[in-house]
Design a protein around this ligand. Structure first.
Ligand code: IZC
Ligand code: ZN
Length: 427
């Protein structure tokens, strides 16, 4: 019996990784994509039934039987983009800090003086639940309009029990209400709040012994993160919190070796973390350790761009060393206020010398691996979720090349058209 498709999309080009759902793409394979000219994708019950040449797909799933057909000649279809590192839930905004940084004040100095993250902590603590929910929903809408169909979101602007839980509840509610899939991460150890300024170890004990178990018990987060950085939390403190999190069943992913080479990459390998993120200052040993243990390096090039750095993560060296590289936005109100993964692709190409194919795999299949979700998303293959983007672009290289303009035409999430002609579809 011929199964009926709910949706058939045909397009000038379909571009996706194939056969990489078991383990992330590394080395030369990281630059490989399958390009199908005059291709089609058939979707039913939210899942991909088939992808291939248009005539072959249409033979299996006749057009006249499909509930809906979208024909996009001259356009390019990719998997829905996946953003595996964001801080999307927060109160307030920090454009004054932006101006300060332009005048030469460093990011960490602003934080040490009680601004930066601590400024957002004040605003997030003060913001009622419903307002925080609506503000975060608007950010998700903007991500979706830019082609992001799944995002990880961290807590970390509460730094107290009540507000950390409030943030995680917002993420949980948005995961239910918003069309995007959301992956919650507990980042209670994001900074040291003023009330613990001279007692960082007491703060860490509080997070590890009181807050973390409550989060686990309420099943409010799947992952645990920490800002492992000079002047924030050191390697010993990070190991202590992350080990405790593992005992409680959390997956580990954390901010590592961003500004100072502390050995965060080695710690990620030692603990068997799913991902270590940023890594501008990763050492050779760190790369080898991560490659051996299969820890994904989630790189965030829009952050050094925003912080006006001359240095980016040594992506080419990591790829040569066999490390799996994924890309993410780091969307947050301070060090990276962009929602745009296409912009991240551009920066990955221009500043870290990724090829456009590597950049595409970085925001799709390897991003899915960074979240442990590659079995269900990250490529256009039968059985995976029907998460696709139709780009107003003649090919995939156009995406990082033609930057600063939103090229999204249509977004399909779980088989449903949710963005049409660049606009959100209501309801
Ligand atoms: O709000 O500045 N780096 N955390 C670690 C951030 C940047 C977010 C922020
Ligand atoms: Zn971050």
């Amino acid at each position: 019996m011929v199964e009926r498709a709910d949706l058939i999309i045909s397009a000038g080009k379909i571009v996706t990784s194939t056969g990489a759902s078991q383990s992330p793409l590394t080395g030369r394979d990281f630059g490989r994509v399958t390009v199908i000219n005059d291709g089609a994708v058939a979707i039913a019950s939210g899942k991909i039934l088939a992808m291939g040449k248009r005539d072959e797909v249409e033979k299996l799933y006749p057009l006249e039987q499909a509930r809906r057909v979208i024909d996009a000649p001259g356009k390019t279809v990719t998997p829905g983009f996946i953003d595996p590192h964001t801080h999307t839930v927060f109160g307030g905004s920090r454009e004054d800090e932006f101006a300060l940084r332009i005048s030469g004040v460093p990011y960490l100095e602003i934080l040490q003086k009680g601004g930066g993250i601590l400024d957002t902590v004040r605003a997030t603590r003060a913001m009622p639940y419903q307002d925080l929910l609506e503000k975060s929903r608007r950010h998700l809408d903007r991500m979706l309009l830019g082609g992001t169909t799944t995002a990880e979101i961290k807590s970390g602007y509460g730094l107290d029990l009540e507000t950390e839980i409030k943030m995680l509840q917002v993420i949980k509610q948005l995961d239910k209400e918003h069309v995007m899939d959301l992956e919650p991460t507990f980042l209670g150890a994001h900074a040291i709040p003023r009330e613990y300024r001279d007692r960082p170890d007491d703060f860490l004990d509080f997070m590890a012994e009181e807050v973390l178990p409550r989060v686990a018990q309420a099943e409010l987060a799947k992952n645990c993160d920490i800002f492992c950085e000079e002047g924030i939390f050191n390697i010993e403190q990070s190991r202590r919190l992350l080990q405790k999190a593992q005992e409680l069943g959390f997956d580990i992913r954390f901010h590592a070796d961003e500004m100072v080479s502390l050995g965060g990459a080695q710690l990620a390998a030692e603990l068997g973390a799913r991902s270590a993120d940023h890594l501008l200052k990763i050492s050779r040993e760190g790369m080898q350790a991560m490659a051996e243990k299969g820890v994904v390096a989630t790189l965030l090039p829009a952050t050094p761009f925003t912080l006006m750095k001359d240095e980016y993560a040594p992506a080419r060296e990591m790829i040569e060393a066999g490390v799996a590289v994924a890309l993410a936005s780091d969307f947050n109100p301070g060090s990276c206020p962009t929602h745009s993964l296409p912009l991240v692709m551009t920066l990955a190409c221009l500043q870290m010398k990724l090829t456009p194919e590597e950049a595409l795999n970085g925001v799709t299949i390897n991003a899915a691996h960074s979240l442990g979700k590659a079995g269900e998303m990250g490529s256009i293959e039968a059985g995976k979720r029907g998460d696709l983007v139709i780009w107003d672009a003649p090919n995939h290289r156009f995406l990082p090349y033609h930057y600063g303009t939103n090229l999204v035409d249509t977004v399909v999430k779980n088989g449903r058209v949710v963005v049409q002609k660049g606009k959100l579809k209501e309801g």
